[in-house]
Design a protein around this ligand. Structure first.
Ligand SMILES: *[C@@H]1O[C@H](CO)[C@@H](O)[C@H](O)[C@H]1NC(C)=O
Ligand SMILES: *[C@@H]1O[C@H](CO)[C@@H](O)[C@H](O)[C@H]1NC(C)=O
Ligand SMILES: *[C@@H]1O[C@H](CO)[C@@H](O)[C@H](O)[C@H]1NC(C)=O
Ligand SMILES: *[C@@H]1O[C@H](CO)[C@@H](O)[C@H](O)[C@H]1NC(C)=O
Length: 241
């Protein structure tokens, strides 16, 4: 037993050194952080405080001539979520890990599968279930001949709930899988919050760093974990000896 201790100490030091080396390797891909969609100005902050109040008085989005009132007036509580959604899309510097290239006439990039916090998705759905729409995918299929989006022929205005029976159906379906519904809670560091108080800091920064890092880790050489696992029985044998 006496002879074992120097060896165990050495092994432990080696394990510690390996862990140290491993934790230095990954680190988030900086090129996925602090970037915005290609059509947008580089922003380091989310929307200005007055954005929401300005937009709430309009029935058509400033940038895309997209109207939320295509089936009569959308309820203000519901519209609030769309303005916030627009705000996140336009102004968030934290969507880098989910930006993808696309070949479409009206854009070259899109966001795909942004993991939305469960509460944000549920609240959006609750506040919108009584408003009306005529489509379950708002990215395509509108009649734009008048300059704003109109319901295409052979569609019917029904409640959101009829088109989106669950919160996930809304959050994932409405923008063609730009968002992914998750079971992560606000503050978990694993989901993007549509709503947050900028005065308290931006919780999405940490989330973007996490997913940028996770993506990077996927291409790192593996092999440290198996090594550590193979060390465990050796340690055990030394202790028994
Ligand atoms: C929105 O509509 C106005 C008036 O029809 C037009 O001048 C403007 O270019 C449109 N904006 C976009 C982004 O299509
Ligand atoms: C887009 O189209 C161009 C030319 O048609 C092609 O070279 C490019 O690979 C396409 N990009 C994507 C992301 O599909
Ligand atoms: C698009 O809307 C216009 C009226 O704004 C209508 O005349 C036309 O038939 C519609 N087209 C389709 C494909 O629904
Ligand atoms: C969340 O968890 C519930 C219960 O485990 C499951 O039924 C549901 O599919 C999950 N939702 C998502 C978006 O993962």
């Amino acid at each position: 037993m006496d002879m074992a201790w120097p060896v165990i100490t050495m092994l432990l030091a080696w394990v510690a050194a390996l862990w140290g080396a491993q934790s230095r390797i990954p680190g988030p891909r900086m090129d996925l952080l602090n970037i915005c969609m290609d059509t947008k100005h580089h922003k380091t902050k989310p929307c200005p405080e007055d954005y929401t109040s300005q937009e709430l008085h309009k029935d058509t989005s400033r940038l895309y001539n997209f109207t939320w009132d295509h089936c009569g007036k959308m309820e203000p509580a519901c519209k609030h979520h769309f303005i916030q959604d627009n705000c996140l899309y336009e102004c968030s510097p934290n969507l880098g890990p989910w930006i993808q290239e696309v070949n479409q006439s009206w854009r070259k990039e899109r966001i795909l599968h942004v993991p939305l916090c469960r509460e944000d998705c549920e609240q959006w759905w609750r506040d919108c279930r009584t408003s009306y729409t005529c489509k379950s995918n708002w990215h395509r299929g509108w009649n734009w001949t008048s300059g704003v989006n109109k319901c295409p022929a052979r569609t019917t205005c029904r409640t959101f709930e009829a088109y989106f029976p669950t919160p996930a159906a809304l959050c994932e379906g409405i923008w063609d899988h730009s968002y992914k519904a998750t079971n992560y809670s606000r503050g978990s560091g694993r989901c993007i919050q549509m709503w947050f108080d900028p005065a308290q800091g931006n919780p999405n920064e940490e989330v973007a760093r996490f997913y940028a890092g996770a993506r990077n880790a996927g291409v790192m050489p593996q092999g440290i974990e198996p090594l550590l696992l193979s060390l465990a029985p050796m340690l055990y044998l030394w202790l028994l000896g």
